[in-house]
Design a protein around this ligand. Structure first.
Ligand code: ZN
Length: 203
C-alpha cells in the first residue's frame, strides 16, 4: 500500500504558504510505514520543532488504475474518508530552499492519520464538506468543490506515471488554516458533519 498526496490543491492554502498556484497537480508519496496505527496517539518527533496538521479528503483505490481517463475515476474508487497529512514544516522549508525532495518532512513514521471509517463514492461531482477541530475549536474547513484539481483529474494525472493499486490512498490536499501541533492537543476530524477520528498529540 502506498499513499499519494497532492500539494497546493486549494488556492487559499497555496497562498498562506507563499506558494504559486500550480498549473498541474503536484504530488508526492508516503510509504505504508507512514500510517499511524488506528487509535494510537501521535508523538511529536524530536527532530522537528514544527509539525503542522493538514486536514484532507482521502480517497481509497478499489481497482487498479493505470493511465485512466478522468471520466473513469469513479469506477476505480471504493471509499472516501478524511485524514491528516502531518508535515514537519521547519524541515520542509529547509528542503524547499535547497531544492531537495520533501520526503523527510512528509513521509516519516506516523505522518499519515486516516479515519478507519469511510463513505462510499457515488457521485464525484457531489460536494463533500470536511473540517478539523483542535481542542474544540474549528481550525480548518474545506469543501471538495474548492479543489483546484478535482479527484478525476488527479487520478488521470497520477495514473499516467504511477499505477495505483487496490488499498492505495490518495490525499487530495489541504484547505487554508494549517498550523502547528502542541503536546496535549486533541484533534477531531469531521466529514459531512460526522466525527471520523480523534487524535491525541504527545510531546
Ligand atoms: Zn497535504
Amino acid at each position: 500500500m502506498k499513499m499519494i498526496c497532492i500539494g497546493r490543491n486549494y488556492a487559499q492554502h497555496a497562498r498562506e504558504l507563499g506558494n504559486a498556484v500550480p498549473s498541474e497537480p503536484i504530488f508526492f508519496l508516503k510509504p505504508s510505514t507512514a500510517l499511524l496505527p488506528p487509535g494510537s496517539a501521535f508523538r511529536i518527533p524530536e527532530w522537528s520543532k514544527e509539525i503542522h496538521y493538514e486536514m484532507e479528503l482521502v480517497y481509497r483505490i478499489g481497482k487498479r488504475c493505470s493511465a485512466i481517463r478522468a471520466d473513469e475515476a469513479a469506477h476505480h474508487l471504493d471509499g472516501v474518508t478524511v485524514g491528516l497529512d502531518l508535515t514537519a514544516r521547519d524541515v520542509q522549508e529547509q528542503l524547499k530552499s535547497s531544492g531537495a525532495p520533501w520526503e523527510k518532512a512528509k513521509a516519516f513514521d506516523g505522518s499519515a492519520v486516516v479515519s478507519d471509517r469511510s463513505l462510499p463514492v457515488t457521485d464525484l461531482d457531489a460536494e463533500l464538506s470536511f473540517g478539523l477541530e483542535r481542542n474544540g475549536k474549528i481550525v480548518q474547513q474545506g469543501r471538495s468543490t474548492e479543489m483546484l484539481f478535482p479527484v478525476p483529474l488527479i487520478l488521470e494525472h497520477v495514473s499516467r506515471f504511477i499505477t495505483l493499486e487496490p488499498g492505495d490512498l490518495v490525499f487530495t490536499g489541504t484547505p487554508a488554516g494549517v498550523g502547528p501541533l502542541s503536546p496535549g492537543d486533541l484533534l477531531e476530524g469531521t466529514l459531512e458533519g460526522r466525527s471520523m477520528f480523534q487524535l491525541r498529540v504527545e510531546g
